[in-house]
Ligand binder design. Sequence first.
Ligand SMILES: [Zn+2]
Length: 218
Amino acid sequence: MREETFSDDDVAESDLVTRRGTFRAVAFRADGHEHMALVHGRTAMREDVLVRVHSECMTGDIFGAMRCECGDQLDAALDRIVAEGSGILVYLRGHEGRGIGLVAKVRTHVLQDEQGMDTLDSATTLGLPVDIRDYSPAARILKHLRVGSVRLMSNNPDKIEALERNGIAVSARVPHLARPNPHNIGYLTAKRDRLGHDLPQVDVFTSADQPTDLPTAR
Ligand SMILES: [Zn+2]
């Protein structure tokens, strides 16, 4: 069993002023990785706290890659938290490529680009698992932050199940839909059809004459 609490040696926090507003930045060491929670407004001992548990994606989050929706989801989550006046974004490291790592993720991109494989087949062809992300650090972080219950911004039922299994009460799932583009529509379709993510905007994008009418998370 992993320990449930963090020792003082493994936590540090400060204010962090960003373009969107001021957050409390809380850094954690857990299981060989360093994670961060951005806390906006009052969230401790509150119920129904708006939360995003975000898996790191260097290509999407930092470089704005369009082959996935990670960067859009990160931006939208922070926008939504600030718009509501409170909430938490938990940024989980060690989650590149659903846990296979950055080098392996880029190898899957080669197979996707050169052989037309989807995000799942490109991993399994390389002998890699489809999703080995561990959400228990996020649960530990949310417990450390003394959150009562969370409204989770996610399209992934597995993520809710994982948080609940690790002792976090999820009072609602808030759809977190990014606008598809021609570079990620195949990726989103595979996530919907093969990983069970709830992504209604995929149909809207592929059938609508006016994609500007897409539902978005904002
Ligand atoms: Zn990504």
